[in-house]
Design a protein around this ligand. Sequence first.
Ligand SMILES: NC(=O)c1ccc[n+]([C@@H]2O[C@H](COP(=O)([O-])OP(=O)(O)OC[C@H]3O[C@@H](n4cnc5c(N)ncnc54)[C@H](OP(=O)(O)O)[C@@H]3O)[C@@H](O)[C@H]2O)c1
Length: 206
Amino acid sequence: MRIAILGSGNFGKALSAASVHAGHRTVLSAQHPERAAGAARETGAIAATSNQAALEGAEIVILAVPYAAVSDIARTVGSELAARTVIDATNRFDPLTLDGTSNAEQIQSALPSAHLVKALNTVVAARLGAPAIDGVSLDGYLAGNDTTAKTQVAEFLQSLGFHPVDSGALVMARALEAIGLLAIQLNMNNGWTWETGWKLLGVKKA
Ligand SMILES: NC(=O)c1ccc[n+]([C@@H]2O[C@H](COP(=O)([O-])OP(=O)(O)OC[C@H]3O[C@@H](n4cnc5c(N)ncnc54)[C@H](OP(=O)(O)O)[C@@H]3O)[C@@H](O)[C@H]2O)c1
């Protein structure tokens, strides 16, 4: 697949390495183009000099930027995201932001024509390249309103080594962002090493 990752920080860079490893043509951008260039050199991805350039030909666009940066992206390249599959991987960090809304629904409002899928926010950066623990694939939860986009994202997650789990409509991003926040709080408060991953046990088809 042709993947564009907007954001080349801890998460974007690790995702870039995993995506390249899975055989995807992966293009990276950042706020400062030199950061994207550095991350691309380390991971084997292609560096773009702008978000706009990164989007060229992309089948999946991944928002790997802080949530606060999404409004700038919506303003500058939002029109180019119409009818495209866009993954929102952003998380919330403060428990007080658990207010019954989600970043994803707000991003969908800012990008009404994009096929937005909440995904990857429940995966810590260190697990992107190590998606199994003791031989068990970690879950890759996704939520969205467009069935075709969700199928495409599920295929991408599977290619990275995750067990894709369709978690429902985009409103379920509220739950997925709560799970992301829970992992952040648990790692932070317990001095864990940010290598945790989510797996729902006992899953059997009726
Ligand atoms: N880290 C994790 O384990 C993890 C796990 C799940 C989800 N997430 C989510 O992933 C997102 C990124 O997290 P992170 O840890 O990678 O943060 P980070 O290390 O601070 O990196 C943020 C990246 O976003 C880029 N950026 C900021 N504004 C931009 C813009 N307008 N256009 C393009 N790029 C822009 C920055 O560019 P510069 O480098 O040029 O400053 C930087 O490369 C966050 O929403 C976070 O909640 C992170």
